[in-house]
Design a protein around this ligand. Structure first.
Ligand code: NA7
Length: 556
């Protein structure tokens, strides 16, 4: 890294690659950029490594992808030496793992924590990004890689009186490093998405009372977690190459084998037995290995829903409570299904109650608690498990400006436009792995594909003597049309936050990659076959540093 002086005499750190975010994607991107010979620095708003797995440290936070399918696959040594303790690791184990990775590959030295990016502006003359951070540091980067994650801006609903509550108040996605003591406290949890249904059973035994404020119940099914036995550990190590091959190529990025039959190929009794098997299967298998037509055949879906509803009724002793916990407004797969451990059982405890916000909506938060249309309840702790500004939240809050000072927030006023979820027009040298249009399955696998592609792209630019790369409008439009076209093939509807519909005023746009991994692979292959025709490559007018391996410089 070299240092020069800016107009206002602040030192400016110059760097090839500036990564924003020390989550699973950013860590891998930093590793790959350095391995490819770039000088690289990573800025992270949090006090430590982990991203999602740093901020979401609430009790009960846990993977619902199998641990060894979520972790990195780029190093057999790493895979061999890290022993996940559970098939679905809890947040503390994941945070330890990511810290281990950072230290093992000597990345910490290239990271700055507690550093929020406040502005990032593209300088046309030099083809670089000028980045200012909350600690007053300035950085000039050839390539800016925002690995800021999709679930990194917590959403607090606009409830009157939010700031008036004098007790403790937390959002699951902004959980403090100092553990929260729930002992003998009166606790409210608002929200019953994946986070809410994880924290409820995790704190129920400690609290004096637990009141769950539910607007919409979800189709929760058991996670079926278990410790990884020594025999399984040995098998995982022995199978590393095969596991990596499956995870690097499978449509969803899971190891799960798809089922080969449709629901009504089976008799009713066979379906019942198969659903029982699914109920007892680990995590996402209920989606990835269920009947092939489960998500799109209404009769099959409703039979599965009826099966799950029956399970809820058999677990929850109070029939009225059970009915409240059974979704009535959406089928399985319309929203991202949560996976639970002891969630329904929690409602059999005498100190746990539920407030149905559809019957009695929240009126305001008061000094002492929460007022709904049926009265006020007092609390010591309120937990907001109310979700996130998914996909674009962080990217639109960093003051990113591209060509001609164009703000990303204006460029994406109607929703994100990308090519491969990796670049957007008018923002040269900016890359967005793990952002909108990225995933449609096990996130680290998709985001890892993007990081690999970004890295080989940076190498291509460098090795061909260019220093500016920008996706063409044509390529971006092709990708966006593909996303729109394939939304019909997705089981998610706009009841899901994947459309941004949980945030008032946010444009309704599909924020995942609706074409899935095969489309990503296909387009990446096309980029290679056409020698990067999807991008405009050029050399800036006043390059800051000469290209390292000048070859075919010039505009194209
Ligand atoms: P989610 O899945 O977006 O869940 C948010 C929950 O908060 C959901 O139950 C919402 O009810 C509820 N919510 C949101 N706004 C309100 C208001 N105004 N009043 C009451 N309840 C409200 O977020 P999570 O953090 O649970 O999970 C996010 C992802 O993290 C998850 O999918 C995994 O990928 C990991 P609604 O359903 O909108 O009626």
């Amino acid at each position: 890294m070299s240092f020069s002086t800016s107009a206002n005499a602040e030192p400016v750190a110059e760097i090839d690659v500036l990564v924003i975010g020390a989550g699973i994607t950013g860590i891998y991107q930093l590793y790959r950029a350095r391995e490819a010979g770039f000088s690289a620095l990573l800025l992270e708003a949090g006090g430590g490594v982990g991203g999602t797995w740093y901020w979401n440290r609430y009790p009960g936070a846990r993977f619902d992808s199998e641990s060894y399918t979520y972790g990195y696959l780029f190093s057999k040594e790493l895979f061999d030496e890290w022993e996940w303790r559970e098939h679905f690791a809890g947040q503390p184990e994941t945070e330890r793992y990511l810290n281990h990775v950072v230290d093992r590959f000597e990345l910490r030295h290239h990271m700055r924590f507690g550093t929020t990016v406040t502005s990032a502006e593209f300088d046309e003359a030099t083809g670089t990004w000028n980045v200012v951070a909350s600690d007053g540091t300035q950085h000039r980067a050839r390539f800016l890689i925002a690995a800021t994650g999709v679930l990194s801006v917590p959403y607090f609903p606009h409830v009157p009186g939010l700031a008036e509550f004098v007790g403790e108040s937390y959002h699951t996605g902004l959980w403090p490093e100092t553990p929260v003591d729930f002992t003998a406290k009166r606790v409210a949890v608002i929200g019953t998405g994946s986070s809410g249904v994880q924290i409820v059973p995790a704190v129920a035994n400690q609290v004096a009372s637990l009141t769950v404020y539910q607007r919409t119940p979800n189709w929760c099914t058991p996670l079926n977690n278990a410790p990884i036995t020594p025999g399984e550990q040995a098998q995982l190590r022995a199978d590393f190459e095969a596991i990596r091959d499956v995870l690097n190529t499978s449509v969803h990025g899971f190891l799960h084998q798809p089922h080969d039959g449709a629901a009504f190929d089976d008799s009713r009794a066979e379906r019942r037995a198969f659903f029982e098997k699914m109920w007892n299967s680990p995590g996402f298998m209920k989606l990835t290995s269920n009947y092939t037509d489960l998500l799109f055949n209404e009769a099959a879906n409703s039979e599965w829903c009826e099966f799950v509803a029956g399970k809820v009724r058999s677990i929850v002793e109070d029939p009225e409570m059970a009915e409240k916990l059974i979704p009535k407004d959406h089928r399985f797969g319309e929203k991202r299904p949560p996976f639970v451990t002891g969630y329904y059982e929690t409602f059999n405890k005498p100190n746990v109650s539920i407030v149905d916000l559809q019957a009695t909506p929240i009126v305001r938060v008061t000094e002492r608690g929460i007022e709904t249309t049926d009265g006020e309840r007092d609390f010591d702790v309120i937990v907001w498990a109310t979700g996130f500004d998914f996909g674009t939240g962080a990217l639109l809050r960093m003051g990113i400006r591209g060509r001609d000072g164009l703000a990303l927030a204006d460029h994406w006023a109607d929703g994100p436009t990308t090519f491969l979820g990796v670049q957007t027009t008018k923002f040269p040298n900016l890359f967005l792995p793990g952002g909108p249009h990225a995933a449609a399955g096990n996130n680290p696998r998709y985001n890892g594909d993007q990081v690999d592609f970004v890295t080989e792209t940076l190498v291509y630019v460098r090795d061909h003597g260019y220093d500016v790369i920008e996706v063409t409008l044509e390529a971006e439009e092709r990708w966006c049309e593909m996303i729109e076209r394939n939304v019909a093939l997705s089981s998610f509807t706009d009841k899901s936050y994947y459309f941004g519909t949980n945030i008032p005023g946010k444009p309704r746009r599909y924020l995942l990659n609706s074409g899935g991994r095969p489309k990503l692979f296909k387009e990446i292959a096309r980029v290679h076959e056409t020698d990067y025709k999807a991008f405009r490559l050029s050399q800036s007018a006043s390059p800051v540093s000469p290209p390292r391996q000048a070859a075919a410089a010039g505009e194209r």
